[in-house]
Design a protein around this ligand. Structure first.
Ligand SMILES: C[S@@+](CC[C@H](N)C(=O)[O-])C[C@H]1O[C@@H](n2cnc3c(N)ncnc32)[C@H](O)[C@@H]1O
Length: 204
């Protein structure tokens, strides 16, 4: 499993996440980032080309060294200076109230304790700062949900810890955020993995 996790999975992930429909979300969500930005779970750096000039500084956090290595190369291609931190969203190595924007895209599914991670995101955001997110998660239809619950234990070990059945909006609200500009819809593809929650949230 070590070789799969460290070498094969990062490449599969990078391939799977290069998707036109996801790029539409990346443009909308990442394009709204401003000021000091922390991207949680930066992965292979696929959001980097979408940051606007108003994102003065971007810090990328991820626990996977191989993905950070790929993101460094993506930063060079995008002509963006990025500071990289190896670590977990459950213990963000930044000071309280130090960032204007937290970005998270297709990452809350993989974090072991999303409640702790969201508390950390709130801690590092300045007053009035925003959480920008695009995440897949629990679908509204009971039949799809049933399959999401059934498949998650099989999917998670081969997909970097990804859970198909996280109630994203509920988790964000429970983390003390108020949702703004919120949308939730199915994309094309298997319904168990394509119900996308996206928008921005402010600490309430
Ligand atoms: C499906 S990938 C998404 C990558 C990237 N955000 C994107 O949109 O292409 C999930 C990412 O979450 C990261 N991740 C997993 N556990 C994490 C944690 N505890 N804290 C921060 N990131 C985490 C993974 O290493 C991976 O980069």
């Amino acid at each position: 499993m070590g070789f799969y996790c460290q070498r094969v999975f990062p490449r599969l992930l990078n391939f799977a996440m290069r998707n036109r429909e996801l790029a539409r979300y990346r443009r909308r969500i990442v394009g709204a980032a401003q000021g000091e930005v922390l991207e949680i779970g930066i992965g292979s750096g696929l959001n980097l080309p979408f940051y606007p000039a108003s994102a003065a500084r971007v810090v990328g956090l991820d626990p996977a060294p191989e993905l950070i290595r790929m993101a460094r190369a993506a930063a060079v291609r995008a002509g963006r200076e990025v500071e990289f931190l190896t670590g977990s969203a459950e213990a963000i190595p930044l000071a309280d109230a130090s960032v204007d924007t937290v970005v998270t895209t297709w990452t809350l599914c993989s974090i072991d304790d999303p409640a702790v991670a969201l508390r950390e995101m709130r801690r590092v955001l300045k007053p009035g700062g925003r959480l920008l997110f695009a995440e897949h998660g629990l679908a509204p239809d009971p039949g799809v949900r049933r399959w999401q619950h059934r498949l998650t234990p099989l999917w998670r070990p081969i997909a970097g810890g990804c859970r198909l059945d996280r109630p994203i909006a509920e988790l964000i609200r429970a983390g003390g955020f108020e949702l703004k500009d919120f949308s939730a819809e199915y994309l094309r593809g298997p319904k168990v993995m394509t119900y996308i929650y996206a928008g921005s949230a402010e600490a309430g």
